[in-house]
Design a protein around this ligand. Sequence first.
Ligand code: CA
Length: 225
Amino acid sequence: MRVLLVEDERTLARTIARGLQAEGMLTDVAHDGLVGLERALDGDYDVVVLDIMLPGRNGYDVCRSMRAAEAWAPVLMLTAKDGEYDEVDAFDLGADDYLTKPFSFPVLVARLRALVRRGGIARPTVLRAGDLALDPATREVSRGDEQIDLTAREFAVLHHLMRHRGMVVSKLDLLQAVWDLHHEGSENVVEVYVGYLRRKVDVPFGRQSIQTVRGSGYRLVGDGR
Ligand code: CA
């Protein structure tokens, strides 16, 4: 079993690597995201352990790039306890499991074994509404054959709408899902971003897939012609 460990805290990396070797796992270590990604794409690893806060490219970026390059080795993310990122983010970006630091070593070993046992990792489901498609792993959005470039915030708004396709999503729901619970701004910011999105995913294609539900919010529909 071959493990790639991408962790910039050298002492921690050394300790983990030694432990894994002792468990009979061949372990390579990379100390930054650039080298980590290179190794992940080149090497034939059974599992990748990826810290999130890394120099070069962060863990999310590495994971996303791996999936975009069709590298499907299972990924276990290491997250800081009170990090700004959460489990949902890690899974959305194609990670298969995560552990919060500090973690117990036997738990890490058990999780890695379980990931490898699970075998081939299925490509995360692409969300679709009519001919509009959103790939949570690669962050690609397209309508028909046309790729659509979205900013991170626009992507997050569309992702939320697509996850709740056909349902009414209130502006407050979007505000809480995409900004945060303590966002000082008003729901106007949601209207602004929905406007941006419509100009990218609907207007150029003559569609109206993001519908306004008066007094309630928005609803994403499949066809929307
Ligand atoms: Ca780190």
